[in-house]
Design a binder for this molecule. Structure first.
Ligand code: NAD
Length: 473
């Protein structure tokens, strides 16, 4: 039995926090304030089901920190939702936002239901009623608290939330910014779908570009030629695999819940995805070998392992057999604390979830900014840049007497669209965050791993905002 069962999810976040807090200079009182969940709204409300019966729904919204406002965090629909879990996830959001310099406090929401047990009409009623409850208690708004999709929710639910909010707050000019992850037609931003997988790729690539880290691992610098194993071919796993492959890495194995496949020459995620759609499994993919058990994929010899499915998949029992050199935590919580300790001893570099899968919240921030500015990214400057680039090219051609190829011309003249700006903003965010965490890690040889360094970086940033308020020394 793993020791993780001895403490709750929130307590395990507190444990990681305390482990990192030792490497900071902050006063105990300030650290206690940072750790605490500031506002917890536990609610019950009735919903009339399609069969005429009334069900009392249990739901939560937790605002962990208002050191920056609004608060930000997803809403999950799951039977496993409880107050402790929502508190833990809200805390993680505070640290995640701090790490990637997204100026929000952390929050999280949850409704304790299994969405597949309800009709679409019932789900709409539940979502709209939950939103009204948040409005009643001032727990939602573009300047207060901005939810987003999470486990069991998506664009559809976000559309219901913004519609409910707007009807209860008529005339509020920034109302579209009350929630992110919306459909584009309701104020969503392009690039949200691939954001987390792309962020995973940018983060791992940055670590692979660090000569000292690669030297310790006995690997060449860069992504090209590295072997990658991906667990979970969902949104995050699919997009991570896509960006690794497109940038010259070889995805040698893909694992799904009902099987895993291996091909030393590399797999194409889109072909595997189509095969899975058709056959309901990745098994028997042409040219690949089936693995006996899906979990075996985690123990394959590879340079980079990307767990992108579930929590706790690498634990005390399989950690000793992990052969990857780098683990990029795309999923939330794929390693138990016990696994963390074992892998650190083996010298495996674990790039922590709290920062590596922050692409989603980063692009959510861009969506919120778009909603507040009421204009699509690139609308004002795209044509201007294209005209300017054309002029510059014409001048170069005229002065040099040489012609630029049509392909290069198209590339250079292109003015940035919304998708270009979102992708480059995400790339910049992940690169800066990687360097900030690495700087903290390298500044103190006693910091045991990158996760602790990420926490230290987050704690310092949150603490500094309190210090600037003059509340704490
Ligand atoms: P998803 O539901 O799209 O994909 C998950 C995939 O994992 C599915 O294809 C599922 O079949 C597969 N899977 C389930 N059990 C498995 C098992 N035992 N072995 C192998 N595969 C298994 O979900 P997602 O949005 O890709 O999220 C994946 C993880 O990333 C979750 O932990 C989530 O919390 C985290 N995450 C997601 C986002 C996001 O933007 N989607 C952001 C941050 C973190």
């Amino acid at each position: 039995m793993s020791a993780q069962k001895e403490y709750s999810f929130f307590q395990s976040v507190e444990k990681s926090f305390d482990k990192a807090a030792k490497f900071t200079k902050w006063d105990r009182g300030l650290l206690e304030q940072i750790k605490a969940c500031n506002s917890i709204y536990s609610m019950r409300f009735p919903v009339k089901l399609d069969n005429g019966t009334i069900e009392v729904i249990e739901a939560y919204r937790v605002q962990h920190s208002q050191h920056k406002t609004p608060c930000k965090g997803g809403i999950r629909f799951s039977e496993a939702v409880n107050e402790d879990e929502v508190m833990a996830l809200a805390s993680l959001m505070t640290y995640k936002c701090a790490i990637v310099n997204v100026p929000f406090g952390g929050a999280k929401g949850g409704i304790k239901i299994n969405p597949s047990n309800y009709s679409v009409y019932e789900l709409e009623k539940i979502t709209r009623r939950y939103t009204s409850e948040l409005v009643k208690k001032n727990f939602i708004g573009p300047g207060i608290d901005v939810p987003a999709p999470d486990y069991g929710t998506g664009e559809r639910e976000m559309a219901w939330i913004v519609d409910t909010y707007q009807s209860l707050k008529p005339g509020e000019i920034d109302a579209a910014g009350c929630v992110t992850g919306k459909p584009i037609t309701l104020g969503g931003v392009r690039g949200r779908k691939e954001a987390t997988g792309m962020g995973v790729f940018f983060g791992v690539r940055e670590v692979c570009n660090m000569a000292d880290i690669m030297e310790k691992l006995g690997l060449p610098v860069g992504i090209a030629g590295k072997t990658v194993v991906v667990q979970g071919l969902g949104n995050v796993g699919y997009h991570s695999a896509k960006f690794f492959r497109e940038n010259g890495a070889k995805v040698i194995a893909i694992a799904e819940y009902n099987g895993a496949i291996y091909n030393a020459d590399g797999l194409n995620e889109e072909e595997v995805f189509q095969h899975k759609l058709l056959n309901k499994t990745v098994l028997n993919f042409p040219g690949a070998t089936n693995l006996e058990k899906s979990e075996d994929a985690l123990e394959l010899e590879c340079d980079i392992l990307i767990p992108a499915a579930l929590e706790n998949v690498i634990n005390a029992s399989n950690a000793p057999r992990i052969k990857a050199k780098i683990i990029g935590e795309a999923a939330n919580g794929p390693l138990t604390p016990e696994a963390d300790d074992i892998l650190a001893l083996k010298g495996i570099v674990v790039i922590p979830d709290m920062y590596l899968n922050a692409g989603g919240v980063t692009v959510s921030y861009f969506e919120w900014l778009k909603n507040l500015s009421h204009v699509r990214y690139g609308r004002l400057e795209k044509r201007f840049s294209e005209n300017m680039n054309t002029r510059i090219l014409e001048q170069i051609e005229e002065l040099s007497g040489k012609k630029v190829s049509e392909k290069e011309k198209t590339f250079i003249m292109h003015g940035a669209d919304e998708i270009d700006l979102v992708h480059s903003g995400l790339e910049e965010t992940m690169i800066s965050a990687t360097h900030e965490i690495m700087q903290v890690w390298k500044s103190n040889p006693e910091i045991p791993d990158m996760r602790t360094a990420a926490y230290v970086s987050a704690i310092n940033k949150v603490a500094n905002s309190y210090v600037e308020l003059g509340i704490f020394p």
